[in-house]
Every structure is written in C-alpha cells, then in structure tokens.
Design a binder for this molecule. Structure first.
Ligand SMILES: CC(C)(COP(=O)(O)OP(=O)(O)OC[C@H]1O[C@@H](n2cnc3c(N)ncnc32)[C@H](O)[C@@H]1OP(=O)(O)O)[C@@H](O)C(=O)NCCC(=O)NCCS
Length: 177
C-alpha cells in the first residue's frame, strides 16, 4: 500500500505537537511518526498493540467510536494523545504509545501526565523506535504543561526506560478485579 501523507488523514491532534526532528531521524529508515489517524484501524493498530498484551479486535465501528472520544478529548482538561510510527514502505503501523493529561487541583491547578500502552511490533524492536516514542510523548506532555510524567512497567523494561531518562520512584501498586 502506498504511504499516506498526514495531509490526507483525519489526525487525532495537531501533528505539529510532535517534534519535527524525530521525523527527520526516522526518515532515513523509511518510517514516520504522527498522531493516530481515524483510518489506522486498517493500518494494524490493534495488531501492534498485541506486542504489549493480549488484545481483542473490537471491530472497526467500536474502534472508530473510541478514536472519536480520544480525538475530542484534546480540547478538554483531561487530554489523550496517541502517537504512532508508520512504515512508509507498507503504510502499516509498527509502533504506538499514549500519553494522557490528568488535571489536578494542586500546584495551582497543574496537570500530571501518564504514559501508557507503549508497543513496538516485535519485528521492529531494538531499532530505537521505543526511545523515539517516549521522546515524542514526553515532549508532548511537557509542552502541555505537565509538571511530571509518570509510567509503570515490569522489571524487565526498567533499563529501557532508564535509557529514555526515566528513573524509579516510589512503589507502584495495583488491584485487578
Ligand atoms: C519495551 C519496548 C517498548 C522497547 O522498544 P524498542 O524499540 O525495542 O527499544 P529501543 O530500541 O528504542 O531501545 C532504546 C534503548 O533501550 C535499550 N533497551 C531496550 N529494551 C531493553 C531491555 N529490555 N533491557 C535493557 N535495555 C533495553 C536498548 O538497548 C537501547 O539502548 P541504546 O539507546 O543504548 O542503544 C519494546 O521492546 C516493546 O514494545 N516490547 C513489548 C511491549 C512492552 O513491553 N511495552 C512496554 C510496556 S511498559
């Protein structure tokens, strides 16, 4: 499939929020980073997420409903930004990641940011794409005024996040239903 330019897509947020330098770096590998687009269901968005965890295909209509909810959130206090890396060769997604802004009452109504759902297709891991995703999401959250950017991960991924400039802080706890 020929590569689809950003101008031909319905993007979930303004692509200018992603540093142009990241695309300059990815261009030499025939890759492109951009916001999630409304047609990315057909570019394998669910397939890429399967590198992270078990996912069920919700079907295009329900995927599109979720896309619209997230795209509309960028005008509210609690914003979601989903970033993807596309292969220019196949026009398929090879990586994705999310950052969302949590509005607070403290620190003069500041926001904290949370990075979630980082996934690089298993055939593309170890080529620096994860690092590019984290750089894009961290830049985005800081540009949106977040005073801190948080994430949780398993022990195996700590060295990766250390390489991205993140450090272990506190203890993460969870209660699954
Ligand atoms: C974890 C993941 C996002 C890393 O992405 P990636 O594209 O493979 O990693 P990168 O190539 O960008 O690696 C960046 C740096 O981290 C290092 N690194 C990556 N994973 C590592 C690991 N598990 N242990 C030690 N170092 C690691 C790389 O060697 C590289 O170091 P360098 O900058 O000195 O060259 C990716 O492997 C992935 O999607 N895994 C499955 C899903 C997952 O676990 N997601 C994270 C959930 S918290």
């Amino acid at each position: 499939m020929p590569f689809t330019q950003d101008a031909e897509l319905e993007l979930s947020f303004d692509a200018k929020l992603i540093p142009a330098t990241l695309n300059e770096r990815l261009a030499q590998h025939n890759l492109h980073i951009r916001p999630l687009a409304s047609s990315d269901y057909h570019r394998g968005h669910i397939h890429v997420l399967a590198s992270l965890t078990s996912v069920q295909d919700p079907g295009e209509d329900r995927w599109k409903e979720r896309f619209n909810e997230l795209a509309q959130s960028t005008t509210s206090a609690s914003k979601y930004f989903v970033v993807v890396i596309v292969s220019k060769h196949s026009d398929k997604l090879v990586a994705t990641g999310t950052v969302f802004l949590e509005p607070k009452f403290l620190r003069n109504l500041a926001s904290a940011a949370h990075i979630e759902d980082i996934a690089v297709d298993h055939t593309m891991q170890g080529k620096g794409l994860g690092k590019v995703l984290i750089q894009a999401l961290t830049t985005l959250s800081e540009a949106q005024g977040a005073y801190k950017t948080l994430l949780d991960c398993n022990d195996d991924n700590v060295p990766f996040y250390n390489k991205c400039g993140y450090e272990t802080k506190g203890v993460y706890m969870a209660k699954y239903k």
